[in-house]
Design a protein around this ligand. Structure first.
Ligand code: ADP
Ligand code: MG
Length: 688
């Protein structure tokens, strides 16, 4: 390590709180405050109130019974009220001999704590106390109570924070007129107010974090996030990308061959993408659209300008099963147009693999479809113009980051390829605006016509036999169904066992039906053989693990049973349910749940039962879990917004967005100063 900061010994308190530098203590903000700026006369100390009182010890003793404890009695020598009323007991169940020696009759004490009704009058149990003189001044500001870790006392933290406040650089990163125009205080003032609020401060605003001091820090944090992300976006926009203008004729032929027309949303998004591809700068676009909104067709259209101008496109999905579905759809649509596609996945071996590699490196393959093997393999695309990533939320965080920073598969062209990411997990607008500030977002907000809404039923596991009987009748009437096995987080092996058990049970219970089983541990070829058979109508019932969660498309399947639905997340349930309701028949999704239900599980089931719109479900999910969990931040190790919430601080977010653009336009040193304070050690908010 070379920077001066890391050589400097870190304050031991900062270290224990998990910080890497003293500077972090400045932003270690109080959870709440105690008011020690006023004394409550002893006779006015009411049970239930938390107060600071002062008195002189009139009696102190260690009582052996009913439990060894140290008790003192205080009285107020200045009180006009006689002693029984103006007295208070303090009680310690854990104490040191030194304490007993110190707290003797005649000593003047200041106590802070909650008053409780005691046997002999008002008392405090384990109050905070200090020895004082009659003229010891009261605290001038509210006393902060900081988040702590086991064994670390408030006094130690307060001292460490105060020391950090004295030594840290609190100069404003922004020119003074900026906070002033937003009615926000200077940085130093905000910090000081939050650590040491004056007694007359608006306590409610402080608690609700709506006080201007809080808003200043939230604003600064959001600004850092916007600066960081918009700077990425600008750096990318400065790169050159192939300008892809052709493809109209191919698109017309493709659309003419379809049995349906583009939805208005598809047409709009297709225009947005076409404009991006033509402009000569790398596209960086997220296409979000609910399950079944027709993203695959949009992706297919997006490939055409690349193909028409002699470039290559790479289309990737997170799992082999999904990639294969994608491949078969693209092949169905594009082979008639004379376009050459190749399949590339990690499972591909020997000759087939070499042939695929060769087709890609000679440029003969115009489109390659596969899993992330496409990114990781040594194969290089000589003329890659476009990388498309389907179901991008399912990729691991690392892969998503790699995609977002580097933009897709390896290529040898000096031009940067365009990147289109697709996701069926809609991100509420507020989160998209903050965390995705480096992306352009397109939304398919309309489903193709003719979908029948899925009826969702919540059924107790106890009625399982009834459900199986119903499944039987349903399948015999000519329709197909899915049975989704319980999620077993602990291990894939257990998950497989559960799937095999369900398959055996259902096979025995439904001897006149044809069943298939598909799970994550199967070889890709086996999986796709089962899927093909199901698609072709050769099976009534497909027993599956959550591998069918995304992308699977079988219009004749109109019933889905999900076992132990209470274990699954909202996004997952919504995606699973999206597998049915794709054809003309009435569709049903049965959520089997087992009691007892946790409060959150109950809420999740209620939400999925009441709503079918993916955006509404996402919003509820966000409300239930908070942004960190919602976006999968826990595992990512990238910094999260600590103070601001894009949901609640929308006005600050909007202001931060505008200011970030202005500051970046002006190339002012404020940008680096601000990022150095909020994103030390080179961290950034880039996160998918
Ligand atoms: P997703 O957005 O979940 O990936 P898909 O692309 O798999 O959705 O589309 C779901 C189904 O809708 C597919 O069978 C697809 O062929 C069909 N589809 C796509 N666009 C339209 C449209 N405009 N009209 C009717 N059906 C469509
Ligand atoms: Mg899809």
């Amino acid at each position: 390590m070379t920077d001066a900061l890391s050589k400097q010994a870190v304050d031991p308190i900062a270290k224990r709180l998990g910080y890497a530098s003293d500077q972090d203590l400045v932003l270690h903000l109080p959870l709440r405050y105690e008011d020690e700026t006023r004394l409550t006369p002893l006779h006015q100390a009411r049970p239930g109130e938390t107060v600071t009182v002062e008195g002189v010890i009139v009696h102190a003793e260690v009582q052996p019974r009913p439990r060894r404890q140290f008790v003192i009695e205080l009285s107020d020598p200045s009180a006009a009220v006689p002693r029984p009323a103006a007295r208070l007991f303090a009680r310690w169940l854990h104490f040191y001999p030194s304490q007993v020696a110190q707290l003797k009759a005649g000593v003047r004490l200041r106590l802070h704590g909650e008053v409780r009704p005691g046997l002999f009058g008002a008392e405090m149990v384990h109050p905070r106390y200090r020895l004082v003189q009659a003229d010891t001044p009261l605290a001038a500001t509210l006393t902060p109570v900081y988040p702590s870790v086991a064994g670390l006392g408030q006094t130690a933290i307060r001292r460490a924070v105060d020391r950090a406040l004295r030594s840290a650089d609190l100069t404003d990163t922004l020119p003074a007129d900026i906070p002033r125009d937003l009615s926000l205080p200077a940085y130093a003032e905000a910090i000081e107010v939050l650590h040491h609020p004056p007694p007359d401060i608006d306590r409610l605003a402080l608690e609700r974090r709506t006080h201007p001091a809080w808003r200043r820090l939230k604003f600064d944090e959001l600004l850092a996030q916007q600066l960081s992300l918009r700077r990425h976006a600008r750096a990318r926009a400065a790169l050159a990308a192939p300008a892809l203008t052709g493809g109209e004729a191919l698109a017309e032929r493709l659309l003419a061959g379809l049995p349906f027309r583009l939805t208005r949303a598809q047409a709009r998004v297709w225009d947005e993408i076409r404009a991006d591809l033509a402009c000569g700068r790398p596209m960086h676009r997220l296409l979000q659209g609910d399950v079944g909104s027709g993203k695959t067709l949009v992706a297919t259209l997006a490939c055409l300008p690349a193909v028409a101008s002699g470039w290559q496109a790479a289309v990737m999905a997170p799992t082999e099963l999904l990639a294969e579905q994608l491949y078969s759809k693209l092949r169905e649509w594009l082979t008639p147009l004379g376009i050459n596609l190749v399949w590339l996945a990690a499972g591909l071996r020997g000759r087939a693999r070499q042939a695929a590699f060769a087709a890609i490196t000679t440029g003969e393959a115009q489109i390659a479809v596969g899993t992330h093997a496409l990114i990781q393999e040594a194969v290089t695309f000589p003329r890659l113009a476009l990388a498309i990533v389907d179901e991008q939320h399912r990729f691991g965080v690392e892969q998503r980051l790699a995609l977002r920073t580097k933009g897709g598969a390896p290529h040898s062209s000096p031009l940067t390829p365009h990147l289109l990411m697709m996701s069926a997990t809609p991100i509420p607008r507020s989160l998209a605006m903050s965390y995705y500030a480096d992306l352009d977002v397109s939304t398919l907000d309309e489903l193709p016509p003719g979908r029948t809404p899925v009826a969702t039923k919540l059924i107790n596991q106890a009625r399982r036999a009834e459900v199986i009987a119903r499944l039987h009748d349903y399948c015999l009437a000519g329709a197909q169904a899915y049975w989704v096995c319980p999620l077993v987080e602990a291990s894939e092996k257990l998950q497989l066992k559960a799937a095999e058990a369900a398959y055996a049970e259902l096979s025995a219970a439904l001897p006149d039906l044809r069943l298939g089983l598909v799970h994550g541990r199967m070889k890709a070829v086996e999986k796709s053989a089962v899927m093909e058979a199901f698609k072709a109508g050769d099976m009534h019932l497909l027993v599956a693990t959550t591998v069918i969660e995304v992308g699977v498309d079988v219009p004749n399947a109109g019933l889905m049973v999900i076992e132990h639905a209470e274990r699954m997340g909202l996004a997952q349930l919504h995606q699973l349910r999206g597998r049915v309701g794709r054809g003309r028949r009435e569709s049903t999704c049965i959520l089997l749940y087992a009691e007892p239900l946790s409060a959150t599980a109950r809420q999740r089931l209620r939400i999925i039962h009441e709503h079918t719109d993916g955006f509404v479900i996402a919003r509820e999910d966000l409300r239930l879990r908070g942004p960190g969990e919602f976006m999968g931040a826990r595992q990512s190790g990238t910094p999260w917004l600590r103070f601001a919430s894009p949901e609640w601080d929308g006005d600050l977010l909007e202001a931060a967005r505008q200011l970030a653009e202005q500051l970046l336009d002006r190339h002012t040193p404020a940008v680096d100063r601000h990022l150095a304070r909020w994103l030390p050690r080179g961290l950034d908010y880039l996160q998918v």
